[in-house]
Design a protein around this ligand. Structure first.
Ligand code: SAM
Ligand code: SF4
Length: 354
């Protein structure tokens, strides 16, 4: 039998299968159906995580280019009509938007062509979450992911350059008490930074009835300081967790970025998002909208589809729909982090939306 080369998570003999439809679902040239739109609400943040943003010298997006609620809802409405079923609000820090409850309320009222309401989720650093969560839930927020890389206050201060761990812990406690489910906690695993806390972080998540998801560090920091040798790999994370729990792989991952394992037979699970050492590009169903109106088909894409001129001039629905489809058609089979020719995108993670 002849071996089929695998190109970054997609079988090379699988492409191309289908062109994106002129109407109907958002299908790319490799047959991937897109159902998830990540909406970045701002590039600004209350923290300065070293793997995401530099302490100083950030070139913020021009305030005049940041999408208004009306503009965000307009894009989302067209996306929902084209088959996007899940919207995840992110940033930067989405809770810095003073109009966040309004954004949630208006997006949560959207429905797909089948009349089903869209699902609205948020990724946040947790600061302020305790204060606004009741209003966000009343407005229609259904799921929340909170990022926490360490449980030690001094380490948190060093890693995020802000002494705000107690506020993050309050946010997590509020989310755990709220009944929003599943509650997910995200942690970027880093060598000699928090790799001695992997077990503690999982135990903390279990105590909050949450699922910890470790993320392999990716070359997306605005300071361009990523170093492969310093990232902790999926296999290393599994080896460490195996010293404490019996891990059993959970089948049926679908398009989800995280692989999951039950801990000692369940019900609790742990997830790993191994974008670097085990990319899942072949099942990717995500698109991204940046806070300044750029559509992106991949975290690592160096091409953007600028919706701003269309949104800010007289236009028809079809114009945004066409841009969405062009973005989907332009999607490559996978990212090229592991390729020597890999070029880090100009935007940092805070300006793309994680
Ligand atoms: N501020 C919010 C937060 O931290 O949850 C939302 C935006 S943040 C960019 C979204 C996620 O991206 C966080 O879980 C963060 O840990 C992750 N992230 C940021 N930079 C990363 C990098 N270089 N590699 C891996 N994950 C990263
Ligand atoms: Fe802010 Fe999130 Fe980036 Fe940390 S990871 S600096 S909390 S946007």
């Amino acid at each position: 039998m002849t071996a089929v080369p695998v190109v970054i998570g997609v079988r090379a003999d699988a492409a191309p299968r289908r062109q994106g439809d002129a109407s109907g679902a958002l299908v790319d040239t490799f047959g991937r159906v897109h159902r998830d739109l990540r909406i970045s609400l701002t590039d600004r943040c209350s923290l300065r995580c070293t793997y995401c943003m530099p302490e100083q010298g950030n070139e913020w997006l021009a305030r005049s280019s940041i999408l208004t609620v009306d503009e965000i809802v307009e894009v989302a409405r067209v996306a929902a009509a084209a088959g996007i079923t899940t919207f995840r609000l992110t940033g930067g820090e989405p809770l810095l938007r003073t109009d966040i409850v309004d954004v949630v309320r208006r997006l949560a009222s959207l429905a797909g062509p089948d009349g089903r309401p869209v699902e609205l989720a948020m990724t946040t650093n947790g600061i302020r979450l305790g204060d606004v969560l009741p209003d966000l839930m009343a407005a229609g927020l259904r799921r929340v992911n909170i990022s926490i890389d360490t449980l030690r206050r001094d380490r948190f201060h060093e890693l995020t350059r802000r002494d705000r761990l107690p506020e993050v812990l309050q946010g997590i406690a509020a989310a755990a008490a709220s009944g929003l489910s599943p509650l997910k906690l995200n942690a970027v695993a880093m060598r000699d930074v928090n790799d001695d806390e992997l077990v503690d972080l999982v135990a903390f998540a279990i105590a909050h009835d949450a699922q910890l998801r470790f993320i392999e560090q990716m070359p997306l920091d605005a300071g361009h300081t990523w170093d492969r040798a310093r990232m902790v790999t999926r296999d290393e994370i599994l080896a460490t967790l195996s010293t404490r729990w019996d891990l059993t792989a959970v089948p049926g991952r679908g398009g989800a970025p995280a692989e999951r394992w039950t801990l000692d037979g369940g019900p609790h699970t742990v997830g790993i998002i191994a974008s670097v050492t085990a990319p899942f590009c072949g099942d990717c169903d995500r698109l991204r909208l940046t806070a300044d109106g750029q559509l992106r088909n991949c975290l690592f894409s160096t091409t953007e589809y600028d919706l701003l001129p269309t949104l800010r001039a007289p236009h028809a629905d079809g114009d945004i729909d066409r841009m969405l489809r062009a973005c989907v058609r332009g999607k490559l089979p996978g990212h090229a982090i592991n390729d020597p020719s890999f070029l880090q995108p100009a935007r940092g993670m805070n300006a793309i939306g994680g």
